[in-house]
Write a protein that binds this ligand. Structure first.
Ligand code: ZN
Length: 122
C-alpha cells in the first residue's frame, strides 16, 4: 500500500491510507479545492446564462433566435431547474428566475418567473 497523498510506501495497519496527518489533511484539502473549483465553474456558467436571458428579456425580446443566444455565450444544458408548462406540452428550463422554452427549432421564448417560496421546496 502507498500513501494516497505522496505515494510513499505505507507500513503498519492494513487500512492505513496516509503517512501522517499532514498527508491526510493535504489530500482532503486538495479534494475540497477541486470540488470547490468545479462548483464555482458551474455556478459561473449558470450566472452567465441567467444574465444573458435577463438582458434579452429586459430588452423586450421575449422570443430570440437560438444562434443569437449562442453568440452571446449562452450554454444550453446548464440550467438550475425544469418546470412543466401548465396545461401545455413542453418544459421551461430555468437559470434561476429566468428561463426559456422552445418555440420552434430556431427560436426560444424567454420567461421570467420569480418563484415565491410556495413553489420552491426550500
Ligand atoms: Zn504521505
Amino acid at each position: 500500500m502507498h500513501c494516497l497523498a505522496c505515494g510513499a510506501p505505507l507500513a503498519g495497519r492494513v487500512d492505513k491510507r496516509f503517512c501522517d496527518d499532514a498527508c491526510r489533511s493535504g489530500f482532503h484539502n486538495q479534494k475540497h479545492r477541486e470540488q470547490d473549483a468545479f462548483v464555482y465553474k458551474i455556478n459561473k456558467i449558470l450566472k452567465k446564462n441567467r444574465k444573458i436571458l435577463s438582458i434579452c428579456y429586459n430588452r423586450g425580446l421575449q422570443s430570440i433566435f437560438i444562434h443569437k443566444l449562442l453568440e452571446e455565450g449562452f450554454l444550453f444544458g446548464y440550467c438550475t431547474h425544469i418546470e412543466s408548462i401548465e396545461g401545455k406540452r413542453g418544459y421551461i428550463n430555468f437559470c434561476y428566475d429566468y428561463g426559456y422554452k422552445t418555440v420552434n427549432k430556431n427560436q426560444v421564448e424567454i420567461v421570467y418567473k420569480y418563484s415565491k417560496e410556495k413553489s420552491l421546496p426550500l
